[in-house]
Design a protein around this ligand. Structure first.
Ligand SMILES: C[S@@+](CC[C@H](N)C(=O)[O-])C[C@H]1O[C@@H](n2cnc3c(N)ncnc32)[C@H](O)[C@@H]1O
Length: 255
């Protein structure tokens, strides 16, 4: 960004920044508020890397994207984020995938469309009935409990549903050993409190194969998620945030 020809991040540029009324006006009235929302993240300490670099072995792969126009990026992932997740599946040649947090099932459907015929996806969400009491601490927006009538709606009746197994319960109290692992990829996107993300990550590491890929959503956007993921620095190989997304990714040690 240049103000009157000033070099970006030069001393004069910083001095001019708060005085540029045109710039402030443009910030407050974006042409594309979605893009603005996607650029205002500041949590988390992980290095940022391009997905095609992290998933270099998969960069030339083709992906199957189903229902691409039926995504809700405020509750789910963006189209670019789901493409990055699918590149991750290709990178580790995933056949067994676990997702924590189903929501309407668009990501689940795409996971199932990108595993081999004999592969499968297990997706976990809170029970469809009852008051969804949570075992661990979670406040306000971190709770993230979605409309119960929509859970998994996007894969119902689709051929890919034969490769999807739904599990209902609180991720903090379920026995993850019964999910059918070890898994090649685990995508953590359930309750967004610090306690839940730490608990889900510890349990995930117990059922992920060595060299398997762990992904988290809402990194950098949510302080609680970012702090929890950052606490696993040094415990996974290549832990980083994926550029242009709210995804963090790392590989289980010991491959
Ligand atoms: C952000 S949405 C998941 C989005 C989905 N992964 C996608 O990409 O479209 C979070 C989901 O996690 C579920 N959830 C919240 N707390 C949970 C918990 N403690 N255990 C299991 N699921 C939980 C919510 O009901 C909600 O459907």
């Amino acid at each position: 960004m240049r103000f009157g020809g000033l070099r970006r991040y030069s001393l004069k540029w910083w001095i001019a920044l708060p005085f540029s009324l045109g710039h402030i006006y443009r910030r407050l009235s974006p042409k594309d508020p979605t893009i603005q929302g996607m650029t205002f993240w500041w949590h988390g300490e992980l290095p940022r890397r391009p997905a095609v670099e992290v998933f270099d072995a998969a960069a030339g792969s083709d992906l199957r994207l189903l229902n691409p126009g039926r995504r809700d990026p405020s509750t789910s992932t963006t189209l670019f984020e789901v493409a990055c997740i699918l590149l991750g599946l290709r990178q580790v040649e995933a056949a067994r995938v676990l997702e924590i947090g189903t929501f309407d099932g668009n990501t689940t459907l795409n996971l199932a469309a990108n595993v081999p015929e004999d592969g499968f996806v297990v997706t976990v969400d809170l029970p469809l009935e009852g008051d969804s009491d949570l075992a661990l601490q979670a406040e306000g927006r971190e709770r993230n409990v979605t409309d119960r009538t929509r859970v998994g709606e996007q894969f119902q009746g689709r051929p890919e549903a034969s490769r999807i197994r739904q599990v209902f319960g609180d991720s903090a109290t379920l026995d993850w050993g019964e999910f059918g692992g070890p898994f090649d990829v685990i995508f953590i996107d359930g309750c967004h409190s610090y306690d839940y993300v730490v608990s889900d990550t510890e349990r995930a590491l117990g059922v992920l194969r060595p060299g398997g890929l762990l992904l988290w959503h809402d990194y950098a956007e949510m302080e609680s998620v970012s702090r929890a993921v950052d606490s696993f620095r040094g415990k996974l190989d290549g832990l980083c945030a994926l550029e242009g997304t709210r995804l963090a990714a790392g590989f289980k040690k010991g491959a």
